[in-house]
Design a protein around this ligand. Sequence first.
Ligand SMILES: [Zn+2]
Length: 197
Amino acid sequence: MTINFRQMILHPKDADFSIESSDLLAILAQLGLTGARLDTHLVTSGEQQFLVGEHFLQHISFMGCAPAIEFAPEQGGDLSDIAKLQQFIFVHVPEPADTPRWLADLDMAKPICPACNKRFARWSEYIDKANMTCPHCRESSLQCDFGWREFGGCAKTMVSIVNAYPKETIPSGNLLSQLAKLTDVEWDYFYFNGPLP
Ligand SMILES: [Zn+2]
């Protein structure tokens, strides 16, 4: 069964950039973005999950009329219950991938073709394995080469803020620059509604 989560995914702008998982986890803990480890039973291999850390709210802003946001599971909550896992913010860190992993929000993303610079919707029907054919110019390009703006991207390294909604959840400029300083690569983010990466 595939379970979708609303996520904000932080990632290096350089899709090929990779970092040892232990080094990345140390950086996230040092920044206070991640706190105690969380055992949700959704972890199947090398990925790890954490409660938000002590400086989380200095790094991530919540705007607008977001409903009451929870930062921890309710007392005695059973984390094998998926509905409970969709009620509080946590941090999911997938194991670094060997090749850049592409994610895009099926409903929200309107990719920009690298050949003709035109945007289009309902892109899932133009996918062929790692490629996609532009309905405007008929050029086939790698999915990673399309412009996904704030609703998709490609990276080997990702950090997912889970149960975070588009436009309501925003990383601070300071967080992005701290990540850049500590990893020597620029960082960006996008929103995604789908399975945990
Ligand atoms: Zn095109």
